[in-house]
Design a protein around this ligand. Structure first.
Ligand code: FEO
Ligand code: CA
Ligand code: CA
Length: 638
């Protein structure tokens, strides 16, 4: 980018950064006015930026490697032998590329199917660890692949079947013992959900003609879930897991799909002839043979982990796109607000509002099937508006190719464009801080953000480091109205090095001056987020290796003197991104998913860049969930 200050792009950029760096309208609505210093609030010893084959924690912390790809999740399972892995074996073992984690507490005196009771428990020593497995990496899972590219097309039928069994979700009972966290292999709760698990489609699009296939003329009984990225939890004890980059699982040429609108839809989600070749072995993953099958993916899926016999449900009211996740704000007596992001360049932030009110004792499961989906518009003056995706309203009519509410939900992206929603820099997790009641949007990056496509909420051209927005609904701290159609918003931070010379690369952390950010406190590419009991924000990153150091976790206050001052807590081994993260209810354990370790240049099963976490010459690198604890048992981070 030019350094000429007369460059109009640069002028626009500096003006917009002003909102984050001092005095702009967007800063005047800061979420609260508390005063606590970062150091008092986050008392751990910061770790340095590194890039090596190990994971890194602050001194005084320890971690259990709790579940690794291939670990058995039932009592009959034996030691993992990757070269002898079969589809049937993978089906009963922990899956690949762990992402979202939910810890669902168990009461020791309750049994399966007593979910409602369990969901109110705050037990922090026993629970169900519910983990997404986003995708597979054949070149690191199977011997014989020369590189990543060869693995994309040459997979055998057996390898495809193993991949399908390694995706999806795992539910595993875990217990905290005197020696640390352990899986409970004999538990009746333990379960794998995969690409072959029968499911149900519910909500306004269920049964629509565009969801029917030759195997399912009802359009209500899909099979399997894929690309399960992040997710959320409901107060009634269920999980929401996202279907994100599902298009890559479908092969075939969209030009050969008869309906041009459907062809455009498939193209928009990356379906194409060069994708992985599951369709060679399973016709439903070939759009030239089953053109509607991709429409049965791209939804949020609700799972009841407390009932091992329950059928997962795809919730069409929450729209169809590349879901990162959906997280709920559920206050008794009020409508439920749920926030989610579509993780693709120039896609949107969404809010769902239920039609019915949430009540603690009621059966609330219909609440996420009846309501209105909205896309976010972030205006230059720091205000914002939720725009309803309702058939017949505004441009969402037959003139624009919408013939029903099902069409609006299946083509939510196209509806959001027509409504004038703000295209964002890849929305990842969107989550509400339970202490200050503001909502935070992780925008991971967007290198395709052009000079002429900048807007106040996405102010950087070729945004390589990402940023975080703060949504401030009307009301006061702890009592904000998430059902309002209007809000204020702030640029909470811009990722990157605050000392970088080029302003387009330079990080900005709230109103802090560059000198307030430690040399290891800055980070890039925010992806997943969690909040601790004190309202501190814990951001997991995906992409810091482009800046020369590992991905990991950075924690920061969202209010007071330490607002937006990140402190580096955890570092991944080379090639991995950090996912999860999830605290136990008492805050003394932090679960983190280390996804795709050793997925770096030229790394293969036969010659991996490293073999974390086992460091055993017989074992490849294995995606794993870690349970991080303070050695003295106190709350993590305090
Ligand atoms: Fe699967 Fe948006 O990261
Ligand atoms: Ca993610
Ligand atoms: Ca990611």
């Amino acid at each position: 980018m030019s350094k000429n200050p007369r460059n109009p792009v640069r002028r626009h950029f500096i003006k917009t950064l002003g909102l984050a760096a001092g005095g702009g309208a967007a800063l005047l609505t800061a979420c609260s006015s508390g005063h606590r210093s970062a150091e008092k609030n986050l008392g751990f010893a910061e770790i340095p930026h590194r890039l090596d084959a190990r994971h890194h924690l602050p001194k005084d912390y320890t971690a259990d490697i709790l579940l690794r790809w291939g670990d058995p999740i039932d009592a009959g399972g034996d030691t993992f032998k990757p070269a002898a892995l079969t589809p049937a074996e993978q089906q009963r073992r922990f899956g690949y590329n762990n992402d979202f984690i939910a810890f669902m507490p168990l009461d020791s005196d309750a049994g399966p199917a007593e979910g409602l009771r369990h969901s109110r428990s705050h037990n922090s020593r026993s629970g169900l660890l519910c983990v997404n497995h986003e995708y597979t990496l054949p070149h690191l899972m199977f011997p014989g692949y020369a590189d990543k590219r060869s693995a994309g097309r040459i997979v055998s039928a057996e390898h495809v079947a193993i991949e399908m069994a390694a995706c999806g979700h795992s539910i595993v009972e875990v217990k905290k013992t005197d020696e640390g966290w352990r899986p409970v292999l004999e538990s009746a709760y333990n379960r794998r959900i995969t690409v072959t698990t029968p499911m149900e489609i519910v909500g306004p699009a269920a049964g629509d003609a565009r969801l029917r296939t030759s195997a399912d003329p009802s359009g209500r009984q899909p099979v399997g879930t894929i690309a399960n990225c992040a997710g959320g939890k409901t107060p009634w004890g269920t999980l929401l897991i996202a279907e994100e980059g599902f298009g890559g699982a479908f092969q075939g040429n969209p030009d050969k799909v008869a309906d041009p609108a459907e062809a455009r839809n498939h193209r928009d989600f990356g379906v194409g002839p060069d994708n992985r070749n599951w369709g060679d072995h399973h016709p439903r993953f070939d759009i030239e043979r089953e053109p509607n099958e991709p429409n049965r993916f791209g939804w949020m899926v609700e799972i009841d982990p407390y009932d091992p016999t329950s059928t997962p449900r795809k919730l069409t009211a929450l729209g169809r796109f590349e879901h990162e996740g959906f997280t709920l704000v559920a206050k008794p007596g009020q409508l439920i607000a749920a926030y989610g992001g579509d993780d693709d360049e120039h896609q949107f932030v969404y809010r769902f509002l239920s039609s019915g009110r949430y009540e603690i004792q009621a059966d609330n499961r219909q609440l996420l099937s009846e309501g209105t989906l909205y896309a976010g518009r972030f205006d230059r003056d720091g205000s914002g508006r939720w725009l309803p995706l309702v058939f017949g309203l505004g441009p969402l009519t037959a003139d624009n190719g919408f013939h029903s509410q099902a069409d609006v939900l299946i083509d939510a992206r196209r509806a959001a464009v027509l409504l004038g929603a703000t295209p964002m820099d890849r929305p990842e997790d969107v989550q509400t801080n339970p202490v200050n009641d503001c909502t935070y949007v992780m925008l991971t990056k967007n290198k395709r953000r052009g000079d002429d496509g900048l807007n106040a909420s996405n102010p950087r051209p070729r945004n390589s480091a990402g940023h975080v927005l703060e949504i401030v609904p009307p009301g006061t701290q702890g009592n904000r109205d998430h059902t309002s159609d209007t809000f204020r918003w702030n640029l909470f931070l811009l990722g990157g090095n605050p000392q970088a010379e080029d302003p387009a690369e330079r990080g900005a952390y709230g109103q802090q001056s560059a000198g307030d950010i430690s040399p290891h406190g800055w980070f890039a590419n925010p992806d997943n987020v969690a909040f601790d009991q004190r309202g501190n924000m814990w951001i997991a990153t995906d992409g810091c290796e482009d800046f020369g150091f590992h991905d990991g976790l950075w924690a920061m206050a969202t209010e007071g003197e330490g607002r937006a001052i990140p402190k580096h807590f955890f570092g991944c081994p080379l090639g991995a991104e950090a996912c999860g993260p999830e605290f136990t209810p008492d805050g003394t354990t932090l679960f983190v998913a280390v996804q795709h370790p050793a997925d770096s240049r030229d790394s293969t099963f036969d010659k991996p860049a490293h073999r974390w976490p086992d460091n055993d010459p017989e074992l490849p690198p294995r995606p794993s969930v870690m349970a991080i604890r303070r050695r003295d048992g106190g709350p993590v981070g305090s």
